[in-house]
Design a protein around this ligand. Structure first.
Ligand code: GDP
Length: 365
């Protein structure tokens, strides 16, 4: 299963956020894929479409989909040189598929800051620099190997050398590999290098309780947004402390609490959705009288693979996928009407599943 790693300097609110995740989190028992590990938190993906489908179909049961966050402890300056738990930290980052970097944007005299003052950009740069240095080492090692082959005019080696040199140049100017532009072929090479700075990344600006309803007034948040814009990264503003409190409430209490604060969606819900996207994940639905259910798939997969997520038999015996888009189904009001209007398509093995598809798989047993 794909996972998003939560990183950040000490005392920025990582554990507080991770607590919120595990408390709000889904029961591992409902998600057989789930990793049982204290550093992993399973979250259900909030999706209003699932509520709407439940209204339409009135099933006995509704099941949301879920994915995992991984808490990555212990970055310090010098991690790339093996300082502190440095090497361990880097190897944990290597294992995640996307990075959520928590940045302290709240002032609190009682909570010390590792570098003595709140300065989100400096904090981001400390972490990014460690990742950049680790990647530079990887790239240099790889370059040495590839250069020899490239001199012998090995085509693949020449292509890889070009990419490596481009990345190296970027890293030396402290530009993460993800922020450079590549052709499609080059991007394949980049992926194969498993660099830390090529992982999709977003920033989590952790603000105080007072500022969460109106974060535009927080200059730290503005700074983070400007920084993130340079690499086209998203910024999610949350107050980790409030999320921790909310995570203990039931749905109704939660909505009241948010209303009192003057916000419509919890920061954690926003973070969950943004991370899901960042991981390249999307949702299709099955909607029967027994159960309406959301399923997670990797964008770009074809119908039989998507069927395999439900059961391997569905993939092996795949015949076709009766598919209607969520929008068409809601507009038609019911499956039968959608069918009458010709909105239910019969898709075959080559169909690329789309986010929001409502699918009924036909298969041979
Ligand atoms: P970590 O070291 O990054 O895991 O940071 P923690 O989650 O342990 O948080 C460090 C301290 O900051 C704790 O005392 C938290 O209660 C506090 N803290 C975390 N988030 C917030 C926040 O949004 N507002 C305020 N005022 N304090 C926070």
């Amino acid at each position: 299963a794909l996972t998003a790693g939560i990183v950040g300097l000490p005392n920025v609110g990582k554990s507080t956020l991770f607590n919120a995740i595990t408390q709000a989190g889904a029961e591992a028992a409902n998600y057989p894929f789930a990793t049982i590990d204290p550093n992993v938190g399973i979250v259900e993906v909030p999706d209003h479409r699932l509520n709407k489908l439940t209204e339409l179909v009135k099933p006995k049961k509704t099941v949301p989909t879920a994915f995992e966050f991984t808490d990555i402890a212990g970055i310090v300056k010098g991690a790339s040189k093996g300082e502190g738990l440095g090497n361990q930290f880097l190897s944990h980052i290597r294992q995640v598929d996307a990075i959520c970097q928590v940045v302290r944007c709240f002032e609190d005299e009682n909570i010390t800051h590792v570098s003595g003052k709140v300065d989100p950009i400096e904090d981001i740069e400390v972490i990014n620099l460690e990742l950049i240095l680790a990647d530079l080492e990887t790239v240099n090692k790889r370059l040495q190997r590839v250069e020899k082959l490239a001199r012998q005019k090995d085509k693949e080696a020449v292509a890889e050398q070009t990419v490596l040199e481009k990345i190296k140049e970027g890293l030396e100017e402290e530009i993460p590999a993800r922020a450079l532009e590549y052709s499609e072929d080059q991007w394949k090479i980049v992926k194969g290098l498993h660099l830390l700075t090529s992982k999709p990344t977003l920033y989590v600006a952790n603000v105080s309780e007072e500022e969460v309803a109106d974060p535009e007034g927080n200059t730290y948040v503005q700074q983070v947004k400007e920084y993130a814009a340079k690499e086209n990264a998203e910024v999610i503003v949350i107050c980790a402390k409030i999320e921790e409190e909310i995570s203990e409430l039931d749905q109704e209490e939660k909505e009241m609490f948010l209303e009192d604060l003057g916000i419509t969606e919890s920061g954690l819900d926003k973070l969950i959705k943004a991370s899901y996207n960042l991981l390249g994940l999307a949702t299709y639905f099955t909607a029967g009288e027994q159960e309406v259910r959301a399923w997670t798939f990797r964008k770009g997969i074809k119908a039989p693979q998507a069927a395999g997520i439900i059961h391997t038999d569905f993939e092996r015996g795949f015949i076709r996928a009766e598919t209607v888009s969520y929008g068409d189904l809601v507009e038609a009001g019911a499956m039968a009407q959608a069918r009458e209007k010709g909105k239910v398509r019969l898709e075959g093995k080559e169909y690329i599943v789309q986010d929001g598809d409502v699918i009924h798989f036909r298969f041979n047993v």
